[in-house]
Design a protein around this ligand. Sequence first.
Ligand code: NAP
Length: 244
Amino acid sequence: MKNKTIALITGANKGIGFETARQLGQQGMTVLVGARDARKGEEAAEKLRQEKIDAHALTIDVSQADSIKAAAQQVERDYGRLDVLINNAGLMLDEKEKKVSEQSLETWRETFETNVFGLIATTQAFLPLLRKSEAGRIVNLSSILGSITLHAKPGSPIYESKAYASYNVSKSAVNAYTVQIAYELKDTNIKVNAAHPGWVKTEMGGEGATMEIEDGAKTSVALATIGADGPNGAYLHMGEALPW
Ligand code: NAP
């Protein structure tokens, strides 16, 4: 039991997070199914347990400091360490009809509260537990929409994708934070990387998305399970580096 890898996936009650929990669980990890709604978390964990996965719900709202603290205390109490943290929780608020200059400051703030500050706060809260792991792994869910290089390049696949500016910039910030924290951790057993899952058929991905959820979880799973020779501070999609 003590040697089982323990993974926490935030926002795992549905979408890419749920599928990531499933795939890590299928590899024999104990998965902590993070959800801001306790009931949804319990339902998701129960679904995974029915698939013979060692899954446990963990209530965590990454926009609430108290909730993050309570979750970290619970993991410390129950397991004494954490091996994998997938910072998957994220949101994209709908202001797509508006130009970049018209997006409300409220939308910018709310988006950053979860996608950026929530991710940083969760990382800080769980870092002491990850330091107790023999090989801690952190995966930050970014997006190709966070690539400043591609946004600035006429003709790139995302050049015209400025509809969700606050979301795009929040993911650029996730990338920047990943590089900063990777530097701090470079001489430790912990590796931290940013993942672009693809354009995935989830509630956020919407109707036009091209990737099945099963494939959308693969980049997170791969980065959660890299060896000691794996990357640190990289921005990857299915093993391929993306331009920052
Ligand atoms: P999704 O289906 O909308 O799921 C998002 C998850 O995040 C849900 O579990 C949601 O919980 C949770 N969440 C939102 N705010 C939270 C908060 N404050 N605290 C805790 N959990 C919170 O989205 P998805 O497509 O699976 O996206 C997962 C990650 O991949 C996100 O970071 C997203 O930005 C990234 N991504 C997705 C795509 C794509 O094409 N789908 C592409 C690039 C990157 P509730 O159910 O309670 O709302």
